[in-house]
Design a binder for this molecule. Structure first.
Ligand code: ZN
Length: 282
């Protein structure tokens, strides 16, 4: 078991392990037999150096062989063939793509025929959605009534542009999803202690959250500003009428746990990418 540095001792996340490979899961989503999900750590893969060891992206210089091998390991761990996974093409926007069986394997074993997609939704059982992280915030959405899922990437840009709302809207249009039927897990990502931002960005968040910014924009005695992206996303889900009891907020920070998780900030950009995984089982 990893000695995680946690924000609080609540049982939000559960570490699991298969074939000696640890990964994180949300207790809230583990209660739902209709989904399988995971958030990878740095451990258990074959990549070397700054990508050590479980990296899922070649864009920063890791080899295709290592990334393929890492997918193969996670595919065994999650009992889902790589050919049944489909990857986002993240550009820090809020475009959400509905994917089906015809998209299986795209971005993992086949090239993608789309780009600029930070969120994926589906209602096809067995098709596993995959998105990538190194401090930004994963958003897992499960519509327990209409059996549909969404997995979206939200950094500060995605949060400013309300990725939570865009993902729900896409699920509403495609699957008639209603916020009251959604179970949502937010994180793991960078915490407010680690995420110092400039005044301009802090002001932007104050404008977006006029009634709640005290929990989202914080500052220290030196007047430096800090953002809580997990809280910001949680507030956006609450504003859209997702019940509070159906929202789980990660208490593990990528930057505070940089030995076990890739953190863009902790590594000054020398890092690989973790992946979030979500699929419907039935
Ligand atoms: Zn932190």
């Amino acid at each position: 078991m990893i000695n995680w540095k946690k924000k609080n001792q609540e049982e939000v996340l559960e570490e699991k392990e298969a074939y000696g490979v640890p990964y994180l899961t949300f207790s809230l989503l583990n209660l739902l037999p209709m989904v399988k999900h995971a958030f990878s750590t740095r451990l258990g893969g074959v990549s070397r150096g700054e990508f050590a060891s479980m990296n899922f992206i070649t864009a920063r210089g890791d080899t295709q062989e290592a990334v393929n091998a890492n997918y193969e390991i996670m595919s065994k761990v999650l009992e889902t063939p790589r050919e049944q996974m489909v990857a986002a093409y993240q550009m820090h926007t809020t475009n959400v793509r509905k994917v089906g069986q015809e998209d299986a394997g795209k971005g993992i074993v086949y090239p993608r025929d789309y780009r600029d997609v930070d969120g994926l939704i589906t209602n096809v059982p067995g098709l596993m959605l995959v998105t990538f992280y190194a401090d930004c915030i994963p958003l897992y959405l499960v519509d327990v009534k209409n059996k549909a899922i969404g997995l979206s990437h939200a950094g500060w840009r995605g949060t400013v542009n309300n990725m939570a709302k865009n993902t729900i809207k896409a699920m509403q249009e495609a699957y008639d999803t209603k916020p009251e039927n959604l179970f949502v897990a937010i994180g793991p990502g960078i915490c407010s202690d680690c995420y110092e931002v400039n005044e301009e960005l802090a002001d932007e968040f104050k404008k977006i959250f006029p009634d709640n910014y005290q929990r989202i924009v914080q500052y220290n005695s030196k007047g430096n500003y800090f953002l809580d992206l997990c809280e910001a996303n949680a507030q956006q889900f609450l504003d859209l009428a997702v019940p509070k009891s159906q929202i789980a907020l990660s208490n593990i920070c990528t930057c505070c746990n940089a030995k076990y998780l890739f953190s863009h900030r902790a590594s000054a950009g020398k890092r690989g990418n973790m992946a979030a995984f979500l699929s419907l089982t039935i």
